[in-house]
Design a protein around this ligand. Structure first.
Ligand code: KG4
Ligand code: ZN
Length: 331
């Protein structure tokens, strides 16, 4: 089956073609327009999707060596995400589905992030524990089979990606904050500041990053007021990054112990962080640790096309008037 996938949940416009579980082509266009605002401006995002989609789909089709008439189905992100952004993608996909007279399916973006790991590791077997860490979500899942997911725990406030993005803003770094902090942290001393790690010593699987962000803000204010700054921006970024990563890893350890599952999969944009990858491997040395290549961690349409194809093959279809769900959850 040949499926065209479309992803427009936030600030990446993406299209991909999947045939029988393999990706033939995948294109992502990141909206640089948001950089000057230090974060995503929803209205601008919707307009960018609208502007970019047609050309991007044509380029993706060309690279796949397929034509629109070869497509057997369309998969599009249904949520969660920004309402206007999701609408831009789903309206485009619906029009294409009507014009080509092929079925359409709405895909859960969170589930697609988890399934990106099957693209990276086709032999991946259930069950596994998945740390889903993106700009909007920080969750630990026990994945038992397709559509059989148990939420083990999640953040009470900010997501880990959000902590990176907001932290970068406080540090005066660019958006998106994750890659900016990671690169700044490379030459910093990660032990220079001991930032607070919420729930670190508790036996519950939950996260909280809002206190950490506030602590960084106070630290930067005191650095500004001090006449004798001893710490560089790199030291602060490295310590901040370490606090986020240690909070994530401690709960991965709990999740693995609680479930007795020895395979830990990391998914979502923050999974691109090399320090996180290395520290998880060191800490959970007895577990099998998996994460996809960088382009499959951050938002992409390959994961949408891949998961959409699975559901289309099972005979699932959406009605042409299916709604978008900005707050869609997985369980
Ligand atoms: O999955 P994603 O592309 O979009 C959402 O579904 O939210 O994740 C985006 C998030 C952003 O918060 C970004 O700062 C973070 O992933 N991110 C990273 C890195 N690359 C992207 N965080 C830490 N280190 C990175 N290298
Ligand atoms: Zn995402």
């Amino acid at each position: 089956m040949i499926v065209l996938g479309i992803e427009t949940s936030c600030d990446e416009t993406a299209a991909a073609v999947c045939r029988d579980g393999s990706i033939l082509s995948s294109h992502v266009s990141s909206h640089i327009i948001h950089r000057e605002y230090g974060g995503v401006v929803p209205e601008l995002s919707s307009r960018e999707h609208e502007r970019l989609l047609n050309q991007l789909v044509h380029e993706t089709m060309n690279e796949s060596k397929m034509t629109l008439s070869d497509i057997d189905g369309i998969a599009v992100t249904q949520g969660p995400g920004l309402a206007g952004a999701l609408l831009a993608g789903s309206c485009f996909a619906k029009g294409l589905s009507q014009g080509l007279d092929v079925p359409i399916i709405g895909v859960n973006h969170l589930e697609a992030h988890i399934y990106a790991n099957f693209l990276a590791y086709p032999a991946l077997e259930y069950p596994f524990v998945c740390l889903l860490v993106s700009g909007g979500h920080t969750q630990l899942w026990h994945v038992k089979a397709l559509e059989e997911y148990t939420l083990l725990g999640e953040t009470r406030d900010d997501a880990a990606g959000e902590a990176f993005d907001k932290g970068a803003r406080i540090l005066g770094l660019s958006y998106p904050g994750g890659p900016a902090i990671e690169s700044c942290a490379k030459t910093g001393d990660e032990n220079s500041i001991s930032f607070p790690k919420a729930f670190f010593h508790s036996n519950t699987i939950e996260f909280s990053f809002s206190g950490l962000k506030t602590s960084l803000l106070y630290r930067m204010q005191s650095e500004d007021n001090s006449k004798t700054n001893t710490l560089s921006q790199n030291d602060i970024a490295a310590s901040y990054q370490k606090a986020i990563i240690e909070a994530l890893i401690s709960k991965c350890e709990l999740a693995v112990t609680e479930t007795g599952v020895q395979t830990l999969v990391i998914a979502g944009g923050v999974a691109a962080n090399k320090k996180l990858r290395a520290m998880v491997k060191d800490t959970l040395a007895d577990c099998r640790i998996l994460y996809p290549d960088l382009p499959l961690c951050t938002d992409n349409a390959a994961m949408i096309a891949f998961l959409g194809e699975k559901y289309l093959v099972m005979g699932k279809r959406a009605a042409i008037d299916f709604p978008i769900f900005p707050n869609l959850t997985l369980a």
